[in-house]
Design a protein around this ligand. Structure first.
Ligand SMILES: [Zn+2]
Length: 296
């Protein structure tokens, strides 16, 4: 098959997909979310072009966008939120010592990704020093980041249902050397805690995952190390609680961690602050678990 034939075939499928998206858009327009749907269709078109250019990572972004209306439909346009969802299990923090919530929260303006249902209540965590920096001396070397290589813990008892474990860390952060990103999550673990509560821990260090699929884990058990694999701009832990195993078709769940101490609130990357809301953590909170002592 020559290149021309491949492109012709892809263009045909792209045209069909765009027509489907357009029809979906018309439907949603009636549901008074015109602007968002317009943005979504534009993003789909853009991502389709990126796929034609051959990026596997972009294909995952495409899947994320495609799944948005499916998740909304599945939940009758009433996604789980802090008012209608009652958490089933107790959860500890997925790390030891003090870490900063550098992204994520329960409201729209602090949310990790409000419009991506599975990541709506996700959190990104980094470790910082007393100067509020996440790295020591040289910013471009991942080894200098305080959270890199730190233990990552299971947040509750459960069974490992999925592991992604063959990605390299993106080692150099100055933009000159880039590893191919085959999965947005890099190395990751998904643990089932009950029939509709699953935790996802992503961007783990290469070769650091200590658990296998079908393995039972306990709350606080070390399951891997913090890394910089996947779509990650610096070493950090991405954590989310979701309704199922699928990264794309699950809805994100708001999570109240147990025994959390808010050490302080600091302006790290964003200006917005929000109040500590009934046990939920928010962006810019420096937190630790009562079970562990600070290393700084
Ligand atoms: Zn994240």
């Amino acid at each position: 098959m020559n290149k021309f034939t491949i492109n012709k075939s892809l263009l045909k499928h792209t045209a069909i997909l765009l027509i489907v998206f357009f029809l979906l858009g018309l439907y949603f327009e009636i549901s008074i979310i015109f602007f968002f749907v317009g943005l979504w269709i534009y993003a789909m078109f853009y991502q389709t072009l990126e796929i034609l250019l051959g990026s596997v990572c972009r294909f995952q972004v495409f899947k994320q966008l495609f799944s948005i209306p499916l998740v909304h439909l599945n939940y009758g346009f009433n996604l789980p939120d802090v008012y209608n969802y009652k958490q089933k299990n107790h959860y500890c923090l997925p790390f030891e010592g003090e870490w900063l919530v550098c992204n994520g929260g329960i409201c729209k303006n602090t949310s990790h990704s409000w419009h991506l249902p599975s990541q709506r209540y996700a959190y990104d965590f980094v470790a910082i020093d007393d100067k509020r920096k996440s790295y020591n001396i040289i910013k471009s070397d991942i080894e200098n980041y305080y959270c890199y290589g730190r233990n990552i813990l299971s947040v509750a008892d459960g069974i490992v249902v999925e592991v992604g474990n063959n990605h390299s860390d993106i080692k150099n952060l100055n933009g000159e050397v880039k590893s191919p990103i085959r999965d947005l999550r890099g190395n990751y673990i998904i643990i089932k805690h009950s029939c509709d509560e699953y935790s996802l821990l992503a961007h783990l260090q290469e070769n650091s995952i200590m658990v296998k699929v079908n393995q039972h884990v306990k709350m606080g058990e070390i399951i891997g190390k913090c890394g910089n694999s996947g779509n990650s701009s610096e070493p950090h832990l991405h954590f989310q609680l979701q309704t199922g195993k699928s990264f794309y078709l699950s809805a994100g769940l708001p999570i109240r961690f147990r025994n959390v101490v808010v050490v302080s609130k600091c302006n790290y990357m964003h200006n917005e602050f929000s109040e500590h809301y009934n046990g939920f953590i928010e962006r810019n909170y420096l937190i630790k678990s009562k079970l562990y002592s600070s290393i700084f």
